[in-house]
Design a protein around this ligand. Structure first.
Ligand code: ATP
Length: 273
């Protein structure tokens, strides 16, 4: 059984980010997020799962400050980063505090080379920067290639490297697996795990590919229609029957149910959140 949210939230004593009862509204009328609370601990990988339109990207936009670009706002609740409220602050202020977003689309500058993309993120002079690039040997090999000519996996690596060069305390990664072959996804996920192990960085991983995300995360949240429906540590999530059935595609008939069936199922049960 998944733990009730209140208990889960209370036990995490080394919080980096704390979202409390957040509501997000687009264009003053469309409520996309309702009463969501979510914690990210120090050096933790947290997976945020949910189907299309659940509100995952909106949560990332709220944390990173990009909501304003879409005429949206945090209208209720708060987002605290290292104890300081940051909701509705502009993106450049939030980036300065150490929160860096790797967006789902437009990850790299297509008309710049790999090298130029990296230079834009940070001065590539220090030892630490070289250490970060050591995680991505392929980028050294293709440093003069234009961003627009990179494969999906190379593009994702470039985006990750560029984000890491900003020395984030919290990295927000939106749909890293999107459009990539399973083997590439597996390698990228392992790379993210290694980066977390060898650097002091927390990661919020937004994914539709629950299987990939749960492989490396410590803790997971599941949202549906802008509300939190599950929260739990990763072993509990992986072993939870509903998560297996609806997100990992391991139902009683060994097949993923359709979204409609899931909805039908949900109406017949009581959920947390
Ligand atoms: P996906 O996995 O498909 O990217 P998601 O979980 O990231 O979905 P969001 O993109 O956060 O979901 O969208 C959550 C809700 O907010 C949806 O109902 C969507 O229609 C709405 N929404 C998102 N962006 C905007 C926008 N710019 N203007 C109005 N509504 C929006």
């Amino acid at each position: 059984m998944i733990e009730p949210l209140e208990r889960v939230m209370a036990v995490n004593d080394r919080l980096l980010l704390q979202i409390e009862k957040m509501e997000v509204v687009y264009h003053h009328v469309i409520t996309a997020i309702q009463g969501i609370s979510l914690n990210i601990g120090d050096n933790q990988i947290v997976a945020l799962l949910g189907t299309n339109g659940a509100g995952k990207t909106t949560i990332l936009r709220a944390i990173s400050g990009f909501l304003g670009l879409d005429n949206a706002k945090v209208t209720e609740g708060s987002i605290c980063f290292q104890g300081e409220e940051i909701q509705n602050k502009p993106p450049h202020i939030i980036t300065q505090k150490g929160i860096v977003l790797v967006p789902e689309r437009n990850k790299v500058f297509e008309h710049l080379t790999v090298e130029e993309n990296l230079h834009l993120s940070a001065g590539l002079t220090g030892e630490q920067d070289q250490k970060i690039l050591d995680y991505f040997p392929v980028l050294r090999r293709i440093k003069r290639r234009l961003g627009g000519y990179l494969s999906g996996g190379e593009r994702q690596m470039l985006a990750l490297a560029a984000a890491l060069l900003c020395r984030p305390k919290l990295l927000l990664i939106d749909e890293m697996s999107l459009g990539l072959a399973p083997l590439v996804v597996r390698d990228l996920m392992q790379l993210v795990k290694t980066i977390r192990e060898e650097n002091r960085v927390s990661i919020l991983l937004v994914e539709q590919n629950a299987t990939a995300a749960l492989e490396i995360a410590d803790y997971g949240y599941v949202i549906e229609n802008g509300r939190l429906v599950y929260a739990g540590d990763i072993e509990k999530l992986k072993n939870h029957k509903d998560i297996q059935e609806f997100y990992l595609g391991r139902g009683e008939q060994q097949s993923r149910k359709s979204y409609r069936e899931v909805k039908q199922y949900r109406r017949t049960r009581r959920w947390y959140g």
